[in-house]
Write a new protein. Structure first.
Length: 378
């Protein structure tokens, strides 16, 4: 069965302007302007590698569409949608809500096209045209909550896709696995009381947002038990992430029994990324994806859709994403990770006791997950 692929030139036109790392440029404060850390380069190079590796020819290219107001409002408040629209209308752009999330002139329509890329993949899966898919979208989405943008995210693309899968296509149980280096706080918050959407976030402890994504954040009301967090210590690498997959993520998916698995594929936990301090390599992303593909095959007819999230190393992000895509398609290309020999030693570090403690604490919560009733509710 085919793997769908979404990309669009407009994704590269989302204009984040200048900054200095994570700080807004402010010459009066001595913060020298530079190209914004969330810029098109890593994504453009990723698309180019997918093309020249030969993989693009094996993918079913799915055209994105712009998410409608109805679709946005399944997740976001009218005030937030109008705020993004108003900021986007400004000639110089504005901010999505937290002061660190630029909205370029025209970014409202581009953000709708990013969310709509996921919607197109969900529909293609529901129609049986594909079983797996990858949306190389921009801007990212997983930090955006119902009522504000955050962390470079404008709309929560995967949350909008999950609601679409349930309300339009009748898929009752959605699991969202988020291995971006930063906490998937927006997605968690949106579904915190919802037993039909299981959110699982693996991230660097207390990185971004600050004081967010602790193990005790475990869902509320009817959604109690259906938010899982694995706040891995800084410096966690291959062994810690694979152990988390085996001990937490896969058992959680088995208990929940999803009809569709969504993946927030931030690759900023890689060893070269400037925005976190984790140590993953392409080998890690490849093996984690293989485990998810196997789970999807076992649990939900192979249905697995990935959305691109973080990933700020322009030279290593492309190889991390290629590894994920090769596993989604079940093929390998002529391109091998040219950094593999340099980072090989990183994957040999054994699991550390303080990492195992965090994983054990999350694993203790897996039995709280139940498979909810199968009738979708709006
Ligand atoms: Zn991130």
């Amino acid at each position: 069965m085919a793997t769908g692929y979404v990309f669009h030139p407009e994704y590269l036109w989302h204009d984040t302007g200048t900054s200095a790392g994570v700080l807004p440029a402010d010459p009066t404060a001595g913060v020298q302007p530079a190209v914004h850390i969330e810029n098109p380069e890593a994504k453009r190079r990723t698309h180019e590698l997918i093309h020249l590796s030969g993989l693009l020819a094996e993918l079913l290219v799915v055209e994105p569409r712009r998410a409608t107001m109805t679709e946005l409002l399944r997740v976001h408040t009218p005030a937030h949608v109008q705020h993004i629209r108003a900021q986007s209308d400004l000639r110089g752009g504005g901010d999505a809500g937290d002061g660190f999330s630029p909205v370029g002139h025209g970014s409202y329509d581009i953000a709708r096209l990013a969310a709509g890329g996921l919607l197109a993949l969900v529909t293609a899966v529901a129609d049986g045209d594909i079983t797996t898919g990858y949306a190389l979208t921009r801007p990212p989405g997983h930090h955006a909550t119902a009522d504000t943008g955050m962390g470079f995210c404008l709309f929560n693309n995967l949350a909008i896709a999950a609601r679409h899968a349930r309300t339009v296509h009748g898929l009752a149980r959605i699991a969202i696995v988020d291995w971006d280096a930063h906490h998937g706080n927006g997605t968690q918050t949106i579904f915190y009381a919802d037993p039909t959407v299981l959110t699982i976030s693996l991230h660097q402890a207390n990185c971004f947002p600050p004081d967010s994504g602790w193990t005790h954040e475990n869902g509320t009301a009817q959604g109690a038990g259906h938010a899982l967090n694995v706040p891995l210590p800084p410096g966690s690498g291959h062994a810690a992430y694979l152990q988390t997959m085996h001990q937490v993520v896969i058992p959680a998916l088995d208990r929940f029994g999803p009809d569709l698995i969504l993946l927030a594929n931030g690759v900023d936990a890689n060893v070269f990324d400037p925005m976190a301090r984790q140590m993953l390599t392409t080998a890690t992303y490849r093996q984690m994806t293989r485990l998810l593909v196997d789970a999807a095959d076992r649990l939900c007819h192979g249905r697995l859709i990935a959305a691109h999230e973080g990933g700020y190393s322009p030279f290593y992000t492309p190889y991390c994403v290629l590894a994920v895509l090769e596993e989604l398609t079940g093929t390998t290309t002529r391109i091998t990770d040219p950094y593999a020999t340099i980072v090989a030693a990183y994957t040999s570090e054994p699991l550390q006791p303080h990492q195992q403690d965090v994983i054990d604490a999350a694993a203790d919560l897996v039995p709280r997950i139940t498979a909810p009733a199968t009738t979708p509710t709006p």
